[in-house]
Design a protein around this ligand. Structure first.
Ligand SMILES: [Zn+2]
Length: 261
């Protein structure tokens, strides 16, 4: 039993026998591979071009969270008012977290059930440490959670999870011709290719690049399942990486992969 923000929770552990499908059932899975780019403004953008919105009421709850946070900061330290505001703040925090969590669960279930292969990015550990902005932290926490959920749900539903290399420049690469824009900043919401002229929503472009990672090598990875997937996927991605890219990503403080993605 636990208590969070004034609410009590009781947890149970149960053992469930679950049939793990031997191979993806093609009947249900017309989707093929899908690339997923997690966002802040939207929950995710898929390589299919579909934008998955944040849960209903999420934005409103976030505004209330900001207001409550300011009210708490303004209150007098040690006062009864401050204690009350801290309690209010905690309650809203939990509600916002629950809403996002719920949205992520719906997303991952849908992805694992309707696609052969789901491609996500690796967690931006470096970017997370460096960037203290709340929005980025939320997105990174979401990414870790999405990966965790997809890892077991793809096993449940017989699909495959592929995790892209951490330094794979999904946001900076043109999904049409492969041209790279090394100076792409986080504030540029549209990707404009200076080589082939492609103009596309930044997140959609990134999602398509993730999709390309497996689309080119699907016959090889089709039967890959379980623990060896990560290794195989990473190997493929590493192979595609151009010389020097990893170094540039690791040392380029101004525009590291973690912040620009
Ligand atoms: Zn291009």
């Amino acid at each position: 039993m636990s208590r969070t923000a004034g609410r009590w929770f009781v947890s149970f552990t149960v053992e469930v026998d679950r049939d793990v499908p031997e191979r993806p059932s093609r009947r249900q899975r017309a989707g093929g591979p899908v690339g997923v780019d997690l966002g802040v403004k939207h929950l995710a953008v898929l390589s299919t071009g579909q934008t998955v919105p944040n849960p209903k009421h999420y934005q409103r709850a976030e505004r209330r969270l900001r207001r409550a946070s300011r009210a708490h900061a303004r209150s007098k330290p040690g006062s009864a008012g401050r204690r009350q505001r801290a309690a209010q703040l905690a309650t809203i925090h939990v509600r916002v977290a629950n809403q996002r969590h719920n949205g992520l669960h719906k997303l991952t279930t849908r992805l694992a059930r309707s696609h052969d292969t789901v491609v996500v990015e690796d967690l931006h550990v470096a970017g997370m440490v460096r960037n203290r902005r709340l929005a980025r932290a939320v997105a990174d926490a979401g990414m870790a959670e999405v990966r965790r959920q997809l890892a077991y749900k793809t096993r449940w539903y017989g699909s495959t999870l592929v995790v892209a290399d951490r330094w794979y420049p999904s946001s900076k690469t043109c999904s049409g011709c492969g041209w790279r824009n090394p100076s792409l900043t986080l504030s540029e919401r549209t990707f404009t290719c200076q080589s082939c002229g492609l103009v596309l929503d930044r997140d959609h472009n990134a999602a398509i690049n993730l999709h390309h990672l497996v689309a080119a090598s699907t016959p090889e990875t089709e039967n890959a399942r379980g623990a060896d997937q990560k290794t195989r996927a990473s190997g493929q991605v590493a192979g595609k990486r151009e010389p020097g890219t990893a170094t540039a990503g690791q040392t380029g403080g101004a525009s590291p992969r973690g912040e620009a993605a």
